[in-house]
Design a protein around this ligand. Structure first.
Ligand code: ADP
Ligand code: ZN
Length: 864
């Protein structure tokens, strides 16, 4: 036996055992954000015992070479450690028969069995024992116990490793301890005045005279600054780029200094722009009062009810949110308000501040330092109200009393990188954790939420009227097919819309117009009429867009660009055609038709610079422009009282996308746009250009009939087995080699199907005893058959209540040089799909080629 056992191991590496059942050690369970998946046990050395806490990051040795890697400590445990150590050779220990020398394979479950080595390099046995944490990265936990609990839930819910989840929910400014580090700041040179007065002998001018106005302004701003700003901050204070500041540095007028700053400075910065003017609340109308009473009832009784507040734009939803928040704040509790990033404008923030005082704001345009300041303000309770975009749902509120999600149907509430969470789902979890109500507001609720309201899970509150009884603006559809008959075929604007524009412009010099066109650029496709080829991106399977300002053809997905060709690159035919309308071209067309109406174009090309977006909206608000033309970034949440006409230039473009949510998106877009018209005292109207005026989504939008649309659309989703009746998980597989990628996608799909099959068997379901359907109707097709089928006819399988579509090339079959395949799966609500997907992630026999990547998206909103 001894022989055998030694032979079992490497003979040079005998094992000894050092086991003291009474010695209690402190064991930290850690997860890596960038390393092997899973929780690993590490021993906490004596010197760190009193300082470590869950929620801190630590440095832990990983792998055979004991690379020091940052990990999150997610739990601590006191227990006896059975150490299996590898002594130096001299310590060879004769194995006795009586004590069962532990072998590599029978180390007890609870004893570091999942060590980092087994995960990475199972063959390395040298230091097969519990390792020690070497250092603490944080002095205080970054996450509360509650936050850790949420992260664990999130990790399971969205199938994202815990370490990566933690990275995803903690902003990098918190992880990087911004503010605790030295930063470079701008200061005035000591001899700045002397330098400025110095006269240049050649130019006979003082240095000051030679400065540009921008540079002078920067110097003035720097003189005024309470504390030295960074270059970026100074640029922002002086409303310029960093170029003038760099120039001033080169002239020796500005000197950089290293300094350590606290975030207090940024608080002051943020406060400086805040108005202190408090605004009195409006007296609520009866509908608003009703809604508010229901919410207050839940707040006062500590119920975590979910409310769906359905009301058109301008029906007074925000007013209700604010009143409810006021109450929560009066109890010393905190509230989170989520709004889509795009509607998180100073206008919006101002409105909350005017009623609620100090409001923390979290959005993507903040600098790291600003974000850290806001984060700290929330964590230490100095701000009771947080207004922010999607990720603000993770704001470190200790006593949450209310969560509000405005425009809850917006797809931007779903994160598109791992963890691929939906803020609404996280909000429900947090609301439950803190026994706080959740209010979801929208003019066009997501069908998921509407369904929940129908089932009684959400309480429906309605604001059927616009405040002050402003009528909903009428929506007209123009059948673009009739243009051909009328002969008015040039350009993107139809005759009807042109006439309405003319009327609106002439009627009143203050009237304003919004035109919506969901494509940026000039021409949206470039095609050769001779050989028929379309100019496509070599990296992506999409047409190149012509941008006239730089005369380039560019890919909107990877930024590939070439000079706009004059002849066909394939057949050299000279008459290559530029077709299709982008915002640039519409801007030009509009200018030609209405030369006297100043028009402002807004799309992601014109809003690259920081604050450009806000400045453009302010200019339109001031009345500098008569017309605002833009992509969907202008469709949302804007309140311009002078807008009397909204034109939707290509309402149906999105209808034909291979996405079952396309009708919902188009319907929402039209209704949102309609909400922009007639917000003030003027009557508004909406003109929708469409090639399919009979489409149910368009017809319902014209009637402004959300409920009718929702009912019809839900019925069709039910019949087809789509969400919200079925759960959905999507896999996207991509790689540089098409065949290799397809092959792996096939293998993955097989693994998935097998997992579903096995889970059903384990749960005791088979052909005769199918799993219960939560929505029984959804599992049958029109003929009453189960719509569920997996595998072909050759392999009879139990009805699994799962459909797996694909793997098939994704609608964007190639992006940024990678071929893309996807597998869309739908299944009865519950954890079946997720459990199957989890097994796919852990499947050992699924061999992924090195350059093939794949992701799993739980409850996907993206089908492309
Ligand atoms: P929504 O959030 O549904 O778009 P708002 O709350 O923004 O609606 O209300 C639209 C406009 O009506 C705002 O300018 C708001 O100040 C005003 N308003 C809201 N409620 C009332 C009220 N009860 N009485 C008078 N004006 C109101
Ligand atoms: Zn491309």
């Amino acid at each position: 036996m001894t022989e055998k056992q030694t032979g079992f191991f490497d003979p040079d590496l005998p094992v000894w055992e050092n086991y003291d059942p009474n010695a209690e050690a402190l064991v930290a369970k850690v997860v890596f954000s960038d390393g092997p998946d899973g929780e690993f046990d590490y021993k906490v050395p004596e010197r760190l015992r009193d300082r470590i806490a869950p929620g801190m990051r630590v440095l832990a040795p990983l792998g055979a070479r004991n690379r020091s890697v940052v990990a999150y400590c997610v739990a601590l445990e006191k227990r006896a450690i059975k150490e299996v150590d590898v002594p130096p050779r001299a310590h060879k220990r004769p194995a006795s028969k009586s004590d069962a020398t532990p072998t590599l394979f029978d180390i007890p479950e609870d004893n570091n069995v999942k060590s980092a080595e087994t995960a990475t390099e199972p063959s390395t046995r040298k230091s097969f024992r519990i390792k020690e944490i070497s250092k603490l990265v944080d002095q205080t936990p970054l996450l509360s116990d509650k936050a850790l609990e949420m992260a664990r839930w999130l990790s399971k819910r969205y199938l994202c490793p815990l370490g990566q989840t933690l990275d995803g929910i903690l902003p990098s400014c918190v992880r990087d301890a911004i503010g605790a580090r030295a930063t470079s700041v701008c200061t005035l040179a000591n001899d700045v005045d002397a330098r400025l007065k110095r006269v240049d002998s050649e130019k006979k001018q003082t240095l000051y005279d030679q400065l540009t106005p921008k540079q002078r302004y920067c110097l003035d701003e720097l003189r005024r600054a309470a504390e030295p700003p960074t270059t970026a901050e100074l640029a922002r204070m002086a409303k310029c780029s960093t170029a003038p500041i760099v120039a001033l540095k080169n002239l020796g007028l500005i000197v950089m200094k290293r300094t350590r700053r606290t975030s207090r400075f940024y608080d002051e910065l943020a406060n400086a722009s805040k108005s202190t003017k408090r605004v009195e609340p409006h007296e609520l109308n009866p509908d608003q009062q009703n809604a508010l009473d229901s919410i207050l009832d839940a707040i006062r009784n500590g119920r975590n009810d979910v409310f769906l507040l359905h009301g058109a734009t301008g029906s007074g939803k925000t007013e209700v949110y604010i009143d409810a928040i006021e109450e929560v704040v009066s109890y010393g509790k905190q509230a989170i308000v989520l709004v889509p990033e795009i509607s998180l404008t100073p206008q919006t923030v101002q409105r909350f501040r005017a009623r609620l005082g100090d409001v923390a704001v979290l959005h993507s345009r903040l600098t790291e330092l600003e974000r850290k300041a806001e984060w700290d303000k929330i964590a230490n309770g100095r701000a009771q109200v947080v207004v922010g975009a999607r990720s603000a749902i993770f704001a470190p509120c200790k006593r949450l009393g209310l969560i509000v999600i405005d425009e809850e149907h917006e797809t931007s509430f779903k994160q598109d990188v791992a963890p691929r969470y939906h803020a609404r789902v996280v909000a429900r979890y947090r609301a439950e954790q803190d026994k706080a109500p959740l209010v979801l507001g929208s003019a066009t609720p997501s069908l998921e939420s509407w369904r929940n309201a129908q089932l009684g899970g959400y309480k429906l509150l309605s604001l059927p009227r616009r405040v002050r009884d402003l009528p909903q603006p009428p929506v007209y559809a123009v059948d673009m097919r009739e243009r051909v008959a009328s002969g008015f075929t040039r350009g993107a604007l139809c005759e009807r819309l042109c006439r309405d524009i003319e009327l609106a412009l002439d009627d009143d010099p203050t009237n304003q117009i919004i035109l919506l066109l969901n494509r940026r650029g000039y021409s949206t496709h470039i095609q050769c009429p001779s050989c028929g080829e379309t100019l496509k991106c070599p990296n992506c399977d999409v047409a190149l867009t012509h941008h006239i300002t730089q005369q380039i053809a560019i890919c909107h997905y990877c930024d590939y660009q070439i000079p706009a060709p004059r002849e066909c690159p394939y057949c050299k035919f000279a008459g290559i055609k530029y077709g299709g309308f982008g915002t640039q071209r519409l801007e030009q067309e509009f200018g030609a038709r209405f030369p006297n109406a100043p028009i402002l174009r807004m799309d992601s090309d014109t809003t690259q610079a920081k604050d450009a977006h806000e400045r453009a909206l302010e200019a339109f608000q001031r009345g500098d422009y008569r017309v605002l033309l833009g992509t969907q970034m202008i469709a949302k949440g804007l309140d311009f009282p002078n807008v009397v006409l909204v034109g939707i230039v290509n309402a149906d473009a999105a209808l034909y996308l291979p996405d079952f949510r396309a009708p919902e998106r188009v319907f929402n877009l039209i209704l949102q746009a309609a909400g922009r018209a007639g917000r003030g005292d003027k009557e508004g109207k909406v003109v929708v250009q469409t090639y399919c005026p009979d489409h149910p989504a368009i017809m319902a939008a014209i009637q402004g009939d959300y409920v009718g649309f929702a009912e019809a659309e839900l019925a069709s989703r039910r019949a087809l087995g789509y969400p919200p009746f079925f759960a959905s998980v999507r896999f996207v597989i991509r790689g540089p080699d098409e065949d290799e990628t397809r092959e792996f996608a096939n293998a993955l799909a097989e693994t998935f199907k097998r997992a579903v099959y096995e889970i059903n068997l384990e749960r005791g379901y088979d052909q005769k005893n199918p799993p219960p359907a939560v929505e029984p109707e959804a599992s049958r097709d029109a003929a009453g058959r189960n719509v569920v089928s997996l595998g072909g006819p050759r392999r009879p399988r139990p009805p699994l209540l799962v459909r797996a579509l694909g793997p098939a090339p994704a609608p964007f079959a190639k992006l940024r040089g990678a071929y893309r395949f996807h597998l869309q799966t739908m299944g009865a609500p519950g954890d079946l799909l997720r459990e199957a997907a989890r097994r796919v992630m852990e499947a050992r026999d699924l061999k992924r080629p090195r350059d093939v990547q794949w992701i799993v998206d739980v409850d996907p909103l993206d089908a492309l």
